[in-house]
Design a binder for this molecule. Structure first.
Ligand code: AIR
Length: 204
């Protein structure tokens, strides 16, 4: 990372640091309601999905998750948080995610890829892990350290690299679509377009 300050992008804004909506871990714990107490007007635009990654260098891959979520108009935020370089920030982000209205977390990391597991340890929200392709071991290290969680703390692990980034977003859409019929319909249309492309494929 170029500096210690993690950055985040949202589908609307690009800011440094933790969202001003985000309370301290103790404030979140003190909140009795499982649902975030955000004003109705702001709730529509509040991120439902958080895409976090261990390093800025992961963005090249994780931008595919961002693009897919944009395609489905899912409010989301993207930011850099490292399990090892910013462990306290990672714990705080995960423990306050539910309070902030996040419903699904996507965590990507490479090498000793502990981010998704660490995040999952601090929240009961669904956590999807995306192993980054690493230089040394081609992503096998990232895959194994993301997928091999001990029983009790699940991480839904996707494929290494770009397919994993894309599918993590589609998986998040599918989770959100359980309670959002319009999103379910968009997902059906997406699948239909994909099927049509294959059925109508012509070769030179
Ligand atoms: N990483 C960062 N903190 C903990 C881990 N595992 C990962 C990043 C990135 C890799 O280390 O997710 O894939 C290399 O990071 P960098 O910043 O050295 O390029």
């Amino acid at each position: 990372m170029a500096n210690d300050k993690p950055k985040r992008t949202t589908s609307r804004t690009r800011k440094n640091g933790i969202s001003s909506r985000r309370p301290s871990a103790s404030a979140a714990a003190a909140a009795a309601s499982p649902r975030p107490r955000v004003p109705a007007s702001a709730a529509a635009a509040a991120p439902l999905v958080a895409v976090i990654m261990g390093s800025k260098t992961d963005w090249e891959t994780m931008r595919y998750a961002d693009e897919m979520l944009r395609q489905f108009d899912v409010p989301h935020e993207c930011r850099v948080i490292s399990a090892h370089r910013t462990p306290q920030l990672a714990a705080e982000f995960a423990s306050t995610a539910e309070y902030c209205g996040i419903e699904v977390l996507i965590a990507a990391a490479g090498g000793a890829a502990h981010l998704a597991g660490l995040i999952a340890a601090h929240t009961t929200l669904p956590v999807l892990g995306v192993p980054m392709k690493s230089e040394a071991l081609n992503g096998m290290d990232s895959l194994l350290s993301t997928v091999q969680m001990p029983a009790g703390i699940p991480v839904g692990t996707l494929a290494i690299g770009k397919p994993g980034a894309t599918n993590a977003a589609l998986f998040a859409v599918a989770i959100l679509a359980n309670s959002r019929p319009a999103l379910r319909e968009k997902l059906r249309e997406f699948r239909k377009r994909q099927e049509d492309e294959v059925r109508n494929a012509t070769l030179d």
